[in-house]
Design a protein around this ligand. Structure first.
Ligand code: 5GP
Length: 189
């Protein structure tokens, strides 16, 4: 595939503020598109099918694995998540740039592909801040928070595999750093 747009891959432990940061980047760069993932996870309160995620059942997800329809996929916190190969390749071929919000396992699959992504890892200022944010969010049970905290330790240990690491202590400062990365990369288009 001859790729024309830039593929940005962003990972972060749950609660690091990645969703807010991505939303701010998308507001700043109107030509940038967001890849809506598919997941077998249950929708959280307020989440909309086709906007936040495409919610899919497990047999449906596995069928797409067999049909090689994911550009990457992974099991995260007990649920499956995948990125549509068709959507990503179409966008990039059209010359559009894309942001993928995916976990470390998925990011590594994309990094190993020919898509030459620009990879960014968002770090929380501390583990304690991460726990606090997950608890304050109030969307997950204690067991889910514990699982996410365990996973966070492993994910953070993988950050050196990424091109850029942005620490989200202050949201405005982190937004500025992230936008600078996007601006520099998109200037070359
Ligand atoms: P959440 O359930 O909190 O929305 O997301 C949990 C984790 O799954 C996050 O780390 C998020 O980046 C990751 N994730 C979301 N979509 C995808 C995807 O399409 N592929 C992969 N590999 N991870 C994803």
């Amino acid at each position: 595939m001859e790729k024309k747009g830039i593929l940005f891959v962003i990972s972060a432990p749950s609660g690091a503020g990645k969703t807010t940061l991505i939303r701010r980047v998308l507001e700043r760069f109107p030509k940038l598109s967001y890849s809506i993932s598919h997941t077998t996870r249950q929708p959280r309160k307020g989440e909309i099918n086709g906007k936040d995620y495409f919610f899919i059942d497990e047999p449906g997800f596995q069928l797409k694995v067999e049909q090689d329809q994911w550009i990457e996929w992974a099991k995260v916190h007990g649920n499956f998540y995948g990125t549509s190969k068709e959507f990503v390749t179409q966008k990039l071929m059209q010359g559009d740039s894309l942001v993928l919000d995916i976990d470390v396992q998925g990011a590594k699959q994309i990094m190993a592909s020919k898509l030459s992504p620009v990879s960014i890892f968002i770090m929380p200022p501390s583990i304690e801040a991460l726990r606090q944010r997950l608890e304050n969010r109030g969307t997950d049970s204690c067991a889910v928070i514990l699982q996410r905290m365990e996973n966070a330790q492993w994910e953070m240990s993988q950050r050196s595999a990424y091109d850029h690491v942005v620490v989200n202590g202050d949201i405005d400062k982190a937004t500025f750093e992230l936008c600078t990365i996007f601006e520099n990369e998109m200037r070359s288009l």
